[in-house]
Design a protein around this ligand. Structure first.
Ligand SMILES: NC(=O)c1ccc[n+]([C@@H]2O[C@H](COP(=O)([O-])OP(=O)(O)OC[C@H]3O[C@@H](n4cnc5c(N)ncnc54)[C@H](OP(=O)(O)O)[C@@H]3O)[C@@H](O)[C@H]2O)c1
Length: 266
């Protein structure tokens, strides 16, 4: 472990390729259960976030759309992710749901559309319907969420361009089997609930030590660790100071041995 002088600045706009010429910022803003989704999302955009994570299930499409409009940013600068769940995953319901999302979000297209979680409807059927929305230009890329390795194998076997799996991954929850499978198969991984604190005292102690060494916060160490492992992160916050400090974790590059120490601290 070394001191703050080893940290280097990396570009704030760091992105990962999804499919074709579509890239996604590695740092996104999570919007689940925000107290004021419009205000928090607007603050995130003003801070520099250019990737927003929402879902039909969060019931905040309208507020997220209003924040995008209020930001004054060109639509093309923002990567917008949303998710289908429940009956909207029925193939006949996918198209109408996408049209509703576009209205609610006040936009012409969704950058990345995910299956939020499997609920009895075969993924291949939902994905085929989602692909039609992609062909129609209403969606730019397709993905999934909460998929295990066997679910991913089935999704990839469709031959459809599934390019992202959004899963819980944090200091406490290490879903390495599925994340390793995805990364090995060219599927990007988004870590949700990324700032969750580990329940393990030893891990918390290590994070506190690293935070001191890098002159940063525990949350910044956690986010920098996830990004060093190649994950996309989508921290959520109601607090403007947290929104800003989480974003500044992009400026933090952990030394390899510190990443390895966090990896080993399960
Ligand atoms: N696909 C799925 O099934 C799924 C499931 C869960 C979540 N998600 C997505 O992932 C996003 C993030 O996950 P999450 O909302 O579960 O958890 P999270 O972002 O890991 O944690 C959010 C909590 O951490 C606090 N926090 C954030 N930054 C902080 C900081 N710098 N210092 C101290 N506390 C901080 C927040 O409180 P304050 O508001 O006080 O800052 C909030 O209580 C969600 O918003 C959603 O977009 C997806």
């Amino acid at each position: 472990m070394t001191g703050v002088e080893t940290a280097t600045i990396r570009p704030m706009s760091k992105t990962l390729p999804l499919i074709d010429d579509i890239h996604i910022p590695q740092m996104g803003f999570g919007t689940w259960a925000l107290k004021d989704a419009k205000q928090a999302t607007l603050h995130a955009l003003q801070t520099g976030y250019r990737h927003l994570d929402t879902a039909d299930y969060y019931h905040n499409h309208i507020e997220v759309g209003q924040a995008m409009q209020a930001s004054g940013l060109p639509r093309g600068e923002i990567v917008l992710v949303t998710k289908l769940y429940g009956h909207t995953l029925e193939p006949k319901n996918v198209g109408p749901a996408v049209d509703r999302f576009l209205k609610e979000l006040d936009t012409d297209y969704i950058d990345l559309l995910l299956i939020h979680w499997l609920s009895g409807i075969p993924a291949e059927d939902s994905l085929a319907a989602m692909e039609q929305a992609r062909a129609a230009g209403k969606v730019r890329a397709l993905g999934v969420s909460n998929f295990e390795v066997d679910d991913m194998q089935a999704a990839l076997a469709t031959g459809l361009p599934v390019c992202n799996n959004q899963i819980e991954y944090n200091l406490e929850e290490r879903t390495d089997d599925v994340s390793e499978f995805c990364l090995a198969n060219g599927v990007t991984v988004t870590a949700y609930s990324p700032v969750k604190v580990s329940g393990r005292a030893e891990t918390r102690k290590l994070v506190a030590l690293l935070a001191k060494a890098y002159d940063s916060t525990a949350e910044q160490i956690t986010l920098a660790w996830l990004m060093a492992k190649g994950f996309i992160v989508i921290p959520r916050s109601n607090n403007p100071k947290h929104i800003e400090s989480n974003f500044r974790s992009l400026e933090l590059t952990l030394k390899k041995e510190d990443v390895a120490a966090l990896d080993a601290s399960t």
